[in-house]
Design a protein around this ligand. Structure first.
Ligand code: HEM
Length: 412
């Protein structure tokens, strides 16, 4: 048993020490797989840490609802959001809703993210990947792979798809980081809650203006599809519309960049896996998925129990919150073969990094293709690759990964 408090699982700063989180998850998975946690500043929740339980929750929306609490946030922030936006989350995206509205909204952009469309994007994404590899070359053999490269490449891919111009990339990156990890931006003058509220407001203003622009002059992009979409013959209401933009503009890059940076870190730690890819390039697609499992950048999603029930022998009451810790599912040896091994040839991946069921990640094919493309283009060009300093991690219990990964490298 570790001395670490259970509540580190919902403490953003603890995620800057990923080994502590992994140790706590391993302990809970082994001894208390469904465990009530009562932090001081977050409403109580059941931490669910075994693969099969998480998969069951994801597969049973009639008992476990994404409404009203899909993510764990400070209780005080839930109260402020309720007062200001009429919703405890402060945004109402696909991940925060269930039922027909969820399906109807998901359908609006679904085809953009299906394999048939992703295949068409391969060439363009490869050009973008090459441009970021060229940036590595320009850096002259040393860079912070996370903040110089990995943050920016998936950002450009998804923002181009939405139709957001390059000049706004830095602004959107900062807003995303504030949304997922407000603690990292808190100062003496501005606490994390204020950072979050101002960020939601700034995003709402930005996307309202973008939607107005695309109503006036539609283009071939997702912004135009969303701005002009109708639900039951009516335009999408402004709160739901801006929330949709916020989801697409945020969910699509921090997650993917964390997986690319964490994947490269694992490939440096395991040179034999890098060699396996060079020897057999057909493994790149499996490798991309293994990077995603290995990193599992989305740390949790929560569900609200809709009726008194039992989960693996534990009684849950209507209204309780269950929280699914995806990293723990992906390290569960009862479901994943040798989960502690980073294995680029892992077969038949069934990890839960993209969730499962109705809410499963809409961008999974895009994310995999981006990571595969980048590794496929980068690795054969490198003569050497090594660490050049200590990594640091993003303080977030929602989406976390490397904040900084100093590396040294030589191109052939
Ligand atoms: C939902 C992970 C990349 C868009 C989700 C969920 C997870 C996730 C865990 C919730 C699933 C659930 O509750 O069952 C990831 C990871 C990514 C990634 C690990 C990268 C490695 C992307 C990309 C996009 C995207 C590139 C593109 C826009 C979405 C959307 C949803 C979602 C729209 C909401 C789906 C719904 O609720 O119906 N993602 N994601 N994601 N993701 Fe991703």
């Amino acid at each position: 048993m570790s001395n670490l408090s259970d509540s580190i699982l919902s403490d953003a700063m603890s995620y800057t020490r990923p080994a502590d989180i992994s140790a706590k998850l391993a302990e809970l998975r082994e001894h208390r797989p469904i465990c009530l946690i009562e932090p001081d500043d977050i409403r109580p929740y059941w931490a669910v840490t075994r693969y099969e339980d998480i998969r069951y929750i994801e597969s049973t929306p009639e008992l476990f609802s994404a409404e009203p609490r899909a993510v764990l946030i400070l209780q005080a922030l839930e109260e402020m959001n309720q007062a200001r936006f009429g919703d405890i989350m402060g945004v109402k995206t696909l991940v925060h809703m269930d039922g027909e509205q969820h399906m109807a909204l998901r359908k609006i952009t679904r085809d953009w993210f299906m394999p048939a469309n992703i295949v068409k994007m391969r060439g363009h994404v490869a050009e973008l990947a090459e441009s970021f590899i060229a940036r590595m070359k320009d850096k002259g053999g040393e860079c912070d792979f996370a903040s110089d490269i990995a943050f920016w490449y998936p950002l450009r891919v998804i923002l181009q798809l939405i139709g957001i111009p390059e000049k706004d990339e830095a602004n959107i990156l900062t807003l995303t980081q504030q949304l997922f990890a407000p603690e990292g931006f808190a100062t003496e003058e501005k606490d994390a809650m204020t950072v979050f509220m101002e960020c939601v407001q700034a995003m709402a203003e930005y996307f309202t203006a973008l939607a107005e622009d695309r109503r006036a002059a539609p283009k071939d992009d997702i912004a135009s599809v969303l701005a002009n979409a109708k639900l039951n013959g009516e335009p999408i209401d402004p709160f739901t519309l801006t929330s949709y933009f916020v989801l697409l503009a945020t969910a699509g890059h921090d997650t993917t960049s964390a997986s690319i940076a964490g994947g490269l870190q694992a490939l440096i730690q395991h040179p034999e896996q890098r060699q396996a890819l060079l020897d057999d390039p057909s493994l790149y697609s499996k490798a991309a998925d293994e990077c995603i499992r290995w990193v599992t950048p989305v740390k949790h999603f929560a569900r609200t129990v809709l009726a008194d029930t039992e989960l693996s022998g534990v009684s849950l009451k209507k209204g309780d919150t269950v929280t699914m810790f995806f990293e723990s599912a992906n390290r569960d040896a009862s479901a994943i073969d040798r989960p502690e091994n980073f294995d680029v040839s892992r077969k038949g991946s069934k990890h839960l990094a993209f969730g499962h069921g109705r809410h499963n990640c809409l961008g999974m094919h895009l994310a995999r293709m981006e990571i595969e493309t980048f590794l496929r283009l980068l690795l054969p060009q490198l003569e050497s690759l090594e660490f050049n300093g200590e990594p640091t991690y993003i303080p977030s219990h929602f989406v976390s990964g490397l904040n900084s990964l100093p590396i040294r490298y030589k191109f052939i």
